[in-house]
Design a protein around this ligand. Structure first.
Ligand code: SAM
Ligand code: SF4
Length: 329
């Protein structure tokens, strides 16, 4: 198992398949994009599948999420999903995507063994979408959501980040849209992970503010028996139920004490946290002829030193060098 010195066990593996993206969300990366990783630096499909297999077969990983950057840009995704689905014990397999391309890919991915998707949608307004993402692709995201739902990748989860002066007024409309379509909405507090280092504490719409806005239209009650556990979202029942909404207060209501995640970057580095400043290189070992046992031992050692918390409130907090898109959100 992947146990750290604070007694937590990592069972949820987040695999970044690429640092590239077809959007430029302003809380994530600059309009001009970033210096992408060069192809030889990226793990190949076979290398990714091998590391996922080591994680599942030897280290107790039970959930695998493919993310990025935009994971749908990776041509080998259906094959990678199929290989993960063939593992014993079979892990839960999900993808976090901006939804662009899902119109075409939802059915083949479901066929390959994908269980669920999380799709990011921050606005219902195509103009605001263009302002926020620097691309005119709102209709593609909506089509991707519908295709995921139709392909049985349910419940489709929607991630929304609210930004001051941009889309903060859309909390209630976004929730109504998701309820109408049978999608599960979770709001995520904006974190200091953008490549431009533009995050400010005062600019962040906090979980409390989000709940305040929602409370203007709905009666919110903490979901009964829904222990937050390792799930980052706090879940609230709307108007007596059964409808629900999630709020992920990563900054103001951290869940580090129950964190069960470990991350593998597209260039083969193990990271214990979005905010980690240390990484452990599995790619060099992999390409240097390491056995599965060697890889598992290195991975265990990497997780053992996981820090107790993200430290955003520590006076010496430094934003990690890698932006969100290169870590895998
Ligand atoms: N491209 C895919 C997408 O957008 O869903 C997957 C990668 S993206 C980095 C994963 C999630 O992180 C998205 O829901 C996105 O909204 C969120 N995200 C990106 N930058 C963020 C930030 N600075 N704070 C909070 N969430 C962020
Ligand atoms: Fe791309 Fe996702 Fe970052 Fe937006 S949040 S720029 S969709 S990686």
């Amino acid at each position: 198992m992947l146990v750290d010195d604070h007694g937590r066990t990592a069972t949820d593996l987040r695999v970044s398949l690429t640092d590239r993206c077809n959007l430029r969300c302003s809380y994530c990366m600059p309009p001009e994009g970033l210096d992408w990783l060069a192809k030889p630096e990226l793990l190949t499909d076979e290398e990714i599948v091998r590391l996922v297999r080591v994680g599942v077969e030897r280290l107790g990983i039970t959930e695998v999420r493919f993310t990025g950057g935009e994971p749908l840009l990776r041509r080998g995704l259906p094959g990678i999903v199929a290989a993960a689905a063939a593992l014993e014990p079979r892990p839960e397999i999900s993808v976090t995507s901006n939804g662009i391309g899902l119109r075409r890919l939802a059915a083949p991915l479901a066929e390959a063994g994908l269980d669920r998707v999380n799709i990011s949608l921050d606005t219902l307004d195509p103009g605001t979408f263009k302002t926020l993402t620097h691309r005119d692709r709102h209709a593609d995201v909506l089509a991707g959501l519908a295709a995921a739902h139709d392909a049985g990748l349910r419940p489709v989860k929607v991630n929304a980040v609210l930004m001051r002066g941009v889309n903060e007024h859309e909390a209630v409309p976004l929730l109504r849209f998701c309820l109408d379509h049978g999608y599960r909405l979770r709001f995520i507090e904006q974190m200091p992970l953008d490549a431009q280092h533009g995050w400010t504490r005062t600019g962040m719409i906090t979980a409390e503010e989000i709940l305040g806005r929602l409370a203007e239209a709905f009666t919110l009650t903490p979901a009964p028996g829904a222990e937050r556990g390792s799930a980052p979202a706090e879940t609230f029942v709307l108007d007596g139920g059964p409808a629900r909404v999630g709020v992920i207060g990563s900054v103001t209501r951290p869940f580090c004490g129950a964190c069960d995640r470990v991350r593998l970057t597209a260039d083969g580095q193990i990271r214990n946290c979005l905010f980690a400043t240390e990484e452990s290189d599995l790619r060099a070992a992999l390409r240097g002829g390491a056995t599965d046992d060697d890889l598992a031992a290195r991975w265990r050692a990497a997780v053992r030193t996981k820090r107790a918390g993200h430290g955003i409130d520590d006076p010496g907090f430094l934003q990690p060098v890698r932006p969100m898109s290169a870590i895998g959100g």
